[in-house]
Design a protein around this ligand. Structure first.
Ligand code: PHE
Length: 337
């Protein structure tokens, strides 16, 4: 009989604990069951009148019930305290933790890597050169003598010791040819500097130089390699065209356009209604350049090209202000993760 009563008591107590929602009720409950005049204590007192066997049996049931209630009460108390804290501090301790946000590569780094990989497939090595240059490597050896008006084409930063900041990556052509024997195929990404600053120009920007020298390299190799590059980077359906141009270090010289990535050639604001976007300068290496690095011009031929990374990135991602690349706003950078 006592067992049945106790079982009923347990069920009631468990239900009541469930519904407790504040510390006052919790204390009332504690007194009601476990206090000096509480339900369980009453039974414990009655134990002494029972025969030994029953005393043991009922006693252990009572102890177990008491332990169970105490554990549940302690848990309930924690729960109530946590909730109170949440209300006070605005914390919801049941929320999952925040993941640390991972960084990503800068969009320019991504483009440089992508382009290096495309040319890597064609057997081009990646090389580098210094950003502080001499006028010799940056101009003279590239067939731009001192009196040449082309020196003014690129607004140069002069340093105190007579050195300059390179205005293009072309001096790397000279350094590489002096270091290596032909044949060679290289591309050279890097920072370049020009005294220029507006929404499309930054005083520091990035170029990739390309150079291929071999016994039989013709203008059609130039066209083939650069067309492959354009399709890989801007998509298979991209069209290209070559326009005659002028650089002192190439002859003949060209500029390459791609069909506008926005309107596919129909004409829009981005391509100034022409359907074309200019993306790089190129040409066959000028014999004077080969002479300055002592390559035998009766044996060797080559083509070179140079492209601006920011310009490629602005076209590819439809970005209209070059300064976004250098402001380091996270909301911009996170778009490229
Ligand atoms: N160096 C040229 C520039 O910065 C680009 C170029 C490189 C053109 C190689 C032809 C060949 O404008």
């Amino acid at each position: 009989m006592v067992e049945e009563e106790l079982q009923q008591l347990r069920e009631e107590a468990l239900k009541e604990i469930e519904s407790l929602s504040n510390l006052e009720d919790l204390n009332v409950f504690r007194l009601k069951y476990l206090g000096k005049k509480g339900g369980l204590t009453g039974y414990l007192k009655k134990l002494k009148d029972l025969p030994l066997e029953e005393k043991k049996r009922i006693g252990s049931i009572l102890n177990e019930l008491k332990d169970q209630l105490e554990i549940l009460l302690a848990e309930k108390e924690q729960e109530i305290l946590f909730k109170q804290e949440d209300v006070l501090t605005g914390l919801d301790l049941s929320l999952p933790g925040r993941r640390p946000s991972l960084g990503g590569l800068h969009p320019l780094t991504q483009i440089i890597q992508e382009i290096c990989e495309v040319f890597g497939r064609l057997g081009f090595d990646v090389v580098q050169g210094p950003e502080v240059e001499t006028e010799y490597y940056n101009f003279t050896a590239l067939n731009i003598p001192e009196w040449h008006p082309a020196r003014d084409m690129q607004a140069t930063f002069y340093l105190k010791n007579g050195a300059i900041l390179r205005t293009h990556t072309s001096p790397i052509q000279i350094r590489t040819m002096l270091e290596r024997k032909p044949p060679l195929r290289i591309i050279a990404p890097g920072k370049v500097y020009r005294c220029d600053d507006d929404v499309r120009h930054s005083p520091m920007f990035h170029q990739i130089e390309g150079l291929m020298v071999d016994k039989e390299v013709s203008f059609s190799d130039l066209k083939g390699v650069l067309t492959y590059f354009a399709k890989e980077v801007f998509g298979e359906r991209t069209k290209v065209r070559f326009r005659p141009s002028y650089f002192p270090f190439t002859e003949p010289s060209v500029e390459m356009d791609i069909s506008c990535v926005i309107c596919s050639g129909k004409g829009c604001r981005v391509c100034s209604e022409t359907g074309w976007l200019e993306i790089l300068g190129a040409g066959m290496v000028h014999p004077e350049v080969f002479r300055s690095v002592n390559y035998d011009i009766s044996l060797w031929q080559g083509f070179a090209f140079g492209l601006g990374i920011e310009r490629i990135a602005m076209i590819k991602y439809e970005i209209d202000d070059i300064r976004l690349f250098f402001d380091n706003h996270l909301y911009f950078l996170e778009c490229f993760k």
